[in-house]
Design a protein around this ligand. Structure first.
Ligand code: THU
Length: 146
């Protein structure tokens, strides 16, 4: 889902203020009857475009779609510019990091120094760069040896 454009913001605090309400709203529409663990995600692109997604589970569990990947897919489908931030919201007192599969997809679509922020209903906030959450990503196109 596309949430329109707004003025670009930079600090982690400002980004949370902008994206958390949207991630929280989309989280309320998560389809998580099996895990009872709803997740909302909002991504911000370089041009100020905001896109959101929630987790969508399935009775065939392996088909479950994560919130971050759904938000990133919405951004790609809308022709978003470079994605600068992914914000994750989970209800409760603890901020959760992205799962391994989402890390690989995030790495594909964002720069190594782009930011991932996780927040919740308490003041607990976690934040990483893409390189921090997936330091040695699988990639098909060879990069210089390290
Ligand atoms: N989930 C996400 O949406 N994002 C993650 O990074 C981790 C897990 C969802 C998948 C599933 O619907 C529920 O959380 C419990 O694993």
């Amino acid at each position: 889902m596309y949430y329109g454009r707004s003025n670009k913001v930079n600090s982690v605090e400002q980004t949370i203020a902008q994206l958390k309400p949207l991630a929280k709203e989309v989280c309320s529409r998560a389809h998580a009857p099996y895990s009872q663990f709803p997740v909302g995600a909002a991504v911000l692109d370089e041009a100020g475009g905001v896109f959101v997604g929630c987790n969508v589970e399935n009775a065939s569990f392996g088909l479950t779609l994560c919130a971050e990947r759904n938000a990133l897919a919405a951004a790609v489908a809308a022709g978003a510019s470079r994605v600068e931030t992914v914000l994750i919201y989970t209800p409760g007192e603890q901020a959760h990091p992205p799962c391994g599969a989402c890390r690989q997809v995030i790495e594909e679509l964002m720069e190594p120094d782009a930011r991932i922020i996780s927040c919740c209903d308490s003041k607990h906030v976690r934040s990483w760069t893409v390189a921090e959450v997936l330091p040695d990503p699988f990639c098909l196109i060879s990069k210089p040896a390290v």
